[in-house]
Ligand binder design. Structure first.
Ligand code: F6R
Length: 591
């Protein structure tokens, strides 16, 4: 949440780097964006706009910016509305800062700064940090000491970068709880501090990731260099690793959106996950498995519960991280705790994992970003092979997560069958756009399914909600009559996931119950159930989609692609930005 970028350079066209990095960081938030830099007269300048980075870029391009140092930010609002005043960078007496995270003690700091005579222009928690550094400088500290001292007074989570008008050859960064990487350009002419490797994909080939409490000092003399200080004190070497994010990863490559590109990669991601899975995990040796995650990653965990219990015969609990971490859970020593996170930065999942570690229990992280905080802190890391996922709604990462979980309990996977089933959707003539046009006007809709189709229903409903802003609920098909059926009328669509499997007939009975109440059905089934429908697919209130016959264990993969394409098409039919749905951000680093 919130993306930060900063640069100190021998070149004077740093605004281009700032904007290009902000464009790549937009998946972390896009409520407002801004940059600050020193002009040719060493005066601090700031440009901020409300809305997406595209708007900031248009304004920045009107200026002929010549500067060697600057910072930039794209915001996901936490404290204070989406206004220009609340947009970063925040400034005070020649100091400018950008921040990702939450300063929990900002009110107390703000009160004390107000008593010193400072006035605040924003409602943010961040502005106090700029003022605190400025106040420290006023009291006689140099910029580095002022920065360190300010950082030591903050509680909460942060990745902060600061510049100061009187020190135009210094760039300072601090990390606690939010990710931060530092790297030089290949020609050593520019040095960057940013939220992640994605921001620096075209700018720096090698990076060092900061650890908790680290402070980084970038200096420019006759050359550029950076030094990292552990807990702001002793100098420490952090490993320099290649920046594995390529231009190809962060480009749409001809697709109209990242989401469509990423859905179209789902079969390839399944193949890659299968080929690179090198982990020897024996779930049967544990008394139970506890899976903790948020959102789509949680649904991947829920889906795996069906597989692990059936195949490995081990009891599985699946928990929402934000609940797990605050409910004083009882730990079981011979349990395996699995934490699932695409980004590896979700704060609730990270803190839940820390809780388990503190209890002296081994943790396994299933993450897509191997340099992420969750990956770095887990005892065992299983990397999902989704590749960089930019669309805010997780799609191909879900495929990588679910297949990795299946592979943890089943060794003999028929990857051709999985690939074929996903491709049967990707390469099909199914008219998702036509269906989406029908769904787009629904005020609310249901996804129903039984067995593994239930977690897929939850995932389908989440995708519709987050992209089309239609109230959608995923329900176990058998549960609908215990209350939700009261909502059904002629305006409500129910998407029934009913491929031919052990639950087929029961799910079909549940769709009949909905039809009996005038509800509309979109039936997603398989060819080998056609006969068994006895004409249900011809019912005037039923639309249907027939997938080819698929072995039931692999059905969730094809259904995943179906629900993702349906969500994509529904959002598109409504004219919404599928890559950047409102109010959301991809990496949820706040509680
Ligand atoms: C929904 C979505 C989110 C994430 C959730 C957890 O499409 O992407 O629900 O799954 O925020 O994120 P990670 O997996 O990064 O921990």
């Amino acid at each position: 949440m919130c993306g930060i970028i900063s640069v100190l350079s021998f070149r004077d066209n740093i605004s281009k780097d700032l904007i290009s990095a902000l464009e790549r960081l937009e998946y972390r938030g896009y409520d407002s964006a801004g940059i600050a830099y020193f002009d040719e007269n060493s005066n601090l300048q700031r440009i901020r706009t409300v809305g997406k980075v595209k708007l900031l870029k248009e304004v920045v391009q009107k200026f002929d910016i010549k500067s060697n140092i600057g910072i930039g930010h794209t915001r996901w609002a936490t404290h204070g509305k989406v206004t220009e005043f609340n947009a970063h960078p925040h400034v005070a007496d020649g100091v400018a800062i950008v921040h990702n995270g939450i300063i929990e003690n900002y009110q107390e700091l703000r009160n004390s700064l107000i008593s010193e005579g400072y006035e605040f222009e924003s409602e943010t928690d961040t502005e106090v940090v700029a003022k605190l550094i400025a106040s420290n400088i006023k009291s006689g500290k140099d910029f580095i000491e002022a920065f360190k001292s300010a950082i030591s007074k903050l509680s909460g989570t942060f990745a902060i970068v600061a510049i100061y008008e009187k020190e135009p050859n210094l760039l300072l960064g601090a990390k606690k709880g939010s990710p931060m990487a530092v790297g030089l350009s290949s020609d050593k002419q520019s040095c960057y501090i940013a939220s992640d490797a994605v921001a620096l994909s075209t700018l720096a080939d090698e990076l060092a990731y900061l650890e908790e409490g680290d402070i980084v000092v970038v200096r420019k003399f006759d050359h550029l260099s950076f030094e990292i200080f552990e807990n702001g004190k002793d100098k420490i070497e952090r490993e320099i690793v290649p920046n594995k994010v390529s231009l190809n990863d962060v480009a749409k490559n001809g697709y109209e959106s990242f989401m469509l590109k990423e859905i179209s990669e789902e079969a390839m991601v399944a193949r890659r996950t299968f080929e690179r899975f090198k982990y020897d995990i024996n779930l049967s040796k544990y008394d139970s498995v506890s899976i903790v995650a948020c959102g789509t990653s949680y649904y991947a965990g829920l889906l795996s519960k069906y597989w692990i219990e059936e195949i490995a015969k081990v009891h599985v609990d699946v928990e929402i991280a934000s609940e797990f971490r605050y409910r004083n859970p009882v730990f079981s020593k011979n349990s395996l705790y699995i934490f699932i996170s695409q980004s590896g930065e979700t704060i609730d999942t990270l803190c839940a994992m820390r809780l388990v570690k503190e209890a002296g229990i081994k943790t396994l992280a299933l993450v897509n970003v191997e340099t992420s905080s969750i990956a770095r802190e887990a005892d065992i890391v299983v990397k999902t092979e989704a590749g960089v996922e930019i669309g805010v709604a997780s799609t191909k990462a879900f495929v990588a997560q679910t297949l990795s979980l299946l592979m943890m309990c089943k060794k003999d996977i028929d990857i051709e069958a999985i690939e074929r089933s996903i491709n049967s959707v990707l390469n099909s003539q199914y008219d998702f756009a036509k269906m989406a046009n029908k769904l787009k006007n629904s005020k609310s809709l249901f996804y129903i399914g039984r067995g593994t189709n239930y977690p897929i229903s939850l995932e389908g409903a989440l995708k519709i909600k987050e992209l089309s802003y239609i109230s959608a609920e995923g329900y176990p098909a058998g549960e609908i009559k215990h209350g939700p059926i009261a909502i059904i009328d002629e305006n409500v669509y129910t998407i029934a996931l009913a491929p031919f499997d052990n639950h087929f007939e029961k799910t079909i009975s549940n769709t009949q119950e909905i039809l009996a109440r005038n509800g509309k059905i979109f039936l997603i089934t398989t060819e080998n159930s056609r006969e068994l429908l006895h004409g249900l697919d011809k019912h005037e209130k039923v639309d249907s989609l027939f997938l080819p016959e698929i072995y039931s264990l692999y059905q969730p993969f094809a259904l995943t692609t179906v629900i993702h394409l349906l969500a994509y098409n529904t959002a598109k039919a409504k004219g919404y930005d599928v890559d950047k749905p409102r109010n959301l951000a991809k990496s949820v680093t706040v509680e």
